[in-house]
Design a protein around this ligand. Structure first.
Ligand code: CP
Ligand code: NVA
Length: 308
C-alpha cells in the first residue's frame, strides 16, 4: 500500500475496504468500552490551513483513543505563513512526529510535503480531494445498505473536492455514480477522465438534479461555496438555484434512500432543514464514522505504512 494518503485513486479496492473493515471493528470495540494503546509513544502533527470542527477533533480523538499524542499547528501561526518552504517543513516535522495530517488549499501542497516527508502524510482536505471524509461516507453507506457495489449514488451540487473523491471512490469500488452540477461547476475533468478510463462503473454528469437523483440509494450534497470560495458565495447562490435537496427532489430517489452531507451544512441553501433533520438523513452517523475511519488510517500508517 502507499505510504501516504493523498487521494483515493492511489489505493486498491482491497486497501480501501481494509480501512473500512478495521474502522467497523474499532467502532464496535469502542461501543463495548474497549480502549486501545497501540499508538502509545507516537505523535502526529495536524497542520491545518483551513478551519475544521469534525476533521480536527475526530483525528485528535482517534489518536488519543489509540494511546497517541497530537500537536496541532495552524499554518498561519507556523513559519509556513512567513514563507518557509514546504520541503523544509516536511523534513523538519518528519524528525519530530510519526505522521503529518494536512488540511490545505492546493493538492500540490500535500504532494510536496509527501515528497519530502519521511513519515506518512494524510490529506485531511484540499481544494481537489477530501479522501478521508469519503472513506467515512463509504463506511456509512455500508452500515446502512450492506453493500457498496450494488448502491446507486447521486451527487447534487458543486463538482468540488467531495465530488472528486466520490468519483474516485466509484471507480475504485465499481458502483454507479450520477452527478448533477450546474454548467461551469462540473468536477475536475482529469479526475473524471481517469476514473472513467478504469471502466469499472458508469459515472454520469448531468446538469439536471432530477436526472441524477432518479432511483438513487444514496444522495449526497455539500455546500455550494467551499472554503476559500467565500467571495463567490452570492454568485453561487444564484447559479445553484434548483440544486437544493428538498423533500420534493428527495422523493425522486429510492424510497429508502439515505442522505449524506459531510457537514457543515447551510440549511436553506443546498439542503432544507426538513431533509437534514428527516428520517433519511444519516449525517450524524456519517460524522461519527470519521473518528473510526481516522483511527483505522492512523493505526495503519503508523504501524505498517511508514516510508522509512
Ligand atoms: N466534514 C468536514 O470535513 O468537516 P470539518 O470542516 O468540520 O472538518
Ligand atoms: N467542500 C467543502 C467540504 C467541507 C468539509 C469545503 O471544501 O469547504
Amino acid at each position: 500500500m502507499n505510504s501516504h494518503l493523498l487521494s483515493l485513486a492511489d489505493f486498491s479496492q482491497k486497501d480501501l475496504q481494509s480501512f473500512i473493515d478495521r474502522a467497523r471493528v474499532l467502532k464496535a470495540e469502542r461501543s463495548q468500552g474497549i480502549r486501545h494503546q497501540q499508538l502509545s509513544g507516537r505523535t502526529i502533527c495536524l497542520l491545518f490551513e483551513k478551519p475544521s470542527t469534525r476533521t480536527r477533533v475526530s483525528f485528535e480523538a482517534a489518536m488519543y483513543g489509540l494511546g497517541g499524542q497530537v500537536i496541532f499547528m495552524s499554518a498561519k501561526e507556523s513559519q509556513l505563513g512567513r514563507g518557509e518552504p514546504l520541503k523544509d517543513t516536511a523534513r523538519v516535522l518528519s524528525r519530530y512526529v510519526d505522521a503529518i495530517v494536512v488540511r490545505t488549499f492546493g493538492q500540490e501542497v500535500v504532494e510536496e510535503l509527501a515528497r519530502y516527508s519521511t513519515v506518512p502524510v494524510i490529506n485531511a482536505l484540499t481544494d481537489l480531494h477530501h479522501p478521508c471524509q469519503v472513506l467515512s461516507d463509504l463506511m456509512t453507506v455500508l452500515e446502512c445498505k450492506g453493500t457498496l457495489e450494488q448502491t446507486r449514488t447521486a451527487w447534487i451540487g458543486d463538482g468540488n473536492n467531495m465530488a472528486n473523491s466520490w468519483i474516485e471512490a466509484a471507480s475504485v469500488f465499481g458502483f454507479p455514480l450520477t452527478l448533477a452540477c450546474p454548467a461551469g461547476f462540473e468536477p475536475d475533468a482529469a479526475i473524471l477522465a481517469k476514473a472513467r478510463s478504469r471502466g469499472s462503473s458508469p459515472i454520469t454528469v448531468y446538469d439536471d438534479p432530477a436526472k441524477a437523483i432518479a432511483g438513487a440509494d444514496v444522495v449526497n450534497v455539500d455546500v455550494w461555496a467551499s472554503m476559500g470560495q467565500e467571495a463567490e458565495q452570492e454568485e453561487r447562490q444564484k447559479v445553484f438555484q434548483g440544486f437544493q435537496l428538498d423533500e420534493a427532489l428527495l422523493a425522486q430517489a429510492a424510497k429508502d434512500a439515505i442522505v449524506l452531507h459531510c457537514l457543515p451544512a447551510h440549511r436553506g441553501e443546498e439542503i432544507t432543514d426538513e431533509v437534514l433533520e428527516g428520517r433519511q438523513s444519516v449525517v450524524f452517523d456519517q460524522a461519527e464514522n470519521k473518528m473510526h475511519i481516522h483511527a483505522a488510517i492512523l493505526e495503519h500508517f503508523m504501524l505498517t505504512g511508514r516510508s522509512c
